[in-house]
Design a binder for this molecule. Structure first.
Ligand code: PMP
Ligand code: GLU
Length: 401
């Protein structure tokens, strides 16, 4: 059978998710009895708060086990609209909210709803690995605009302006950012919005899924600026802040015409999201933000601990992430060095080396668009983080040449 002919070009051109791949490799090695410290997966290590689980159990007992409306249960959409107003100064009606199987699906829905072949999507780089693949799946063209560690991984208004063409349809970014942990301030977002004011036919997808894991100034949503309101899709979800990755719930607030298009796409692919997860999410968003804050404080103390250890490793160049639970050091000082059979030519080589030599799994920066960096998640116990930092230090010290 000619499987290569049968497989679609679409799938052949798609990269496998590097984050998911590395997390699986860590699990496989652990299953073989090798103690690998997993800093690759972007997932809180906390269990979902008990009260949220209890809300799901109650929903099950009440028989909420049926299909829901495609864009989500009305009471959850109303709760999300309340949240947007309460936390983000965003005015969305329930009709402008679409709930999906994770923010991943939310973003894919928007890409499929807006893109025609050849349409350009400006993606701030470093970027989350799935963005360009989703754009390509929708036959769009990813246009990467890069910011290095020396500009705190944040692009400037001038960079944005010069990337815009008459084919640009979407600008897509996350803040707090996966993989860098950088957070765009209100002032920075206002400056980017001023550029977009000159280009009215561009939609912004603002991925705010790490909103509640923010250590700096209050989170700001670009869609709350009057000039951006009618053309911003605000993406958020429950996976990160509420430690609900397995519940698979994300959502958008969007102009009504985009929300309807997304619901149409979703209605043919997957229908409404899980019914009793939605009831738990409604409870979470209305009552459990304090639990997110407690988890955020723990992430902050882990960040400081990890940064202190990493800053003491010669050759690692680290910035101070203001949100999410990642550090994204520049490791280019090790390129050209070797140990035994390992020759380090790039960030892929270094992450393979650290997995093999230090038994620490992390993700190369290359799939995030940053060839000089590696991504490490500190959503792990203090003990494991400290142990990982020691292992990394020892393995890097062995590199010479
Ligand atoms: N956006 C970003 C930046 C992420 O890191 C993730 C994590 N997977 C998602 C969206 C999607 O999250 P989920 O599908 O679990 O809601
Ligand atoms: N977003 C997380 C990460 O970047 C989870 C894995 C994924 O969905 O890619 O690791």
């Amino acid at each position: 059978m000619n499987t290569s002919r049968l497989l679609s070009d679409r799938v052949k051109q798609m990269e496998e998710s590097a984050t998911i791949k590395m997390a699986q490799r860590a699990r496989d090695l652990n299953a073989q009895g090798i103690h690998v410290i997993n800093l690759s997966v972007g997932e809180p290590d906390f269990d979902t708060p008990e009260s949220i689980k209890a809300a799901a159990k109650t929903a099950l007992d009440q028989g909420i086990t049926h299909y829901t409306p495609v864009p989500g249960l009305m009471e959850l959409r109303q709760a999300v609209a309340t949240k947007f107003k309460r936390d983000n100064n965003l005015e969305y009606t329930a009709q402008q909210i679409v709930v999906s199987n994770g923010a991943k699906q939310s973003i894919a829905n928007v890409c499929l709803s807006l893109l025609n072949p050849g349409d350009e999507v400006i993606i701030f780089s470093p970027f989350w690995v799935s963005y360009p693949e989703m754009v390509k799946m929708a036959e769009g063209v990813p246009v990467l605009v890069h910011a290095g560690i020396d500009q705190d991984f944040k692009i400037t208004p001038e960079q944005l302006e010069s990337a815009i063409t008459d084919k640009t349809k979407i600008v897509l970014f996350s803040s707090p950012c996966n993989p860098t942990g950088s957070v765009y301030t209100k002032l920075e977002l206002e400056a980017l919005a001023r550029v977009l004011e000159g280009h009215p036919d561009i939609v912004v997808i603002s991925d705010e899924i790490y909103e509640y894991i923010n250590f700096g100034e209050k989170h700001f949503s670009i869609g709350s600026l009057p000039s951006m309101k009618d053309r911003t899709v605000t993406v958020n979800g429950f996976s990160k802040g509420f430690a609900m990755t397995g519940w698979r719930l994300g959502y958008i607030g969007a102009p009504a015409w985009i929300a309807s298009a997304c619901a149409k796409v979703q209605g043919q692919f997957t229908s409404g999201a899980n019914s009793f997860s939605q009831k738990a999410a409604e409870y979470a968003i209305l009552n459990e933000v304090p639990a997110c804050e407690t988890m955020r404080d723990v992430f902050l103390s882990r960040r400081d601990l990890f940064l202190e250890k990493l800053s003491a490793i010669p050759g690692l160049k680290v910035n101070k992430p203001q949100g999410a639970f990642y550090v994204f050091p520049d490791v280019s000082a090790f390129f050209g060095k070797k140990h035994g059979e390992f020759v380090i030519n790039n960030a892929d080589d270094l992450s393979e080396y650290l997995l093999s030599e230090a038994h620490v799994s992390l993700v190369s920066g290359i799939p995030f668009g940053a060839n000089a960096c590696i991504r490490m998640s500190y959503a792990n116990s203090e003990e494991e983080i400290l142990e990982a930092a020691d292992r990394i230090k020892n393995a890097l010290a062995k590199l010479e040449g």
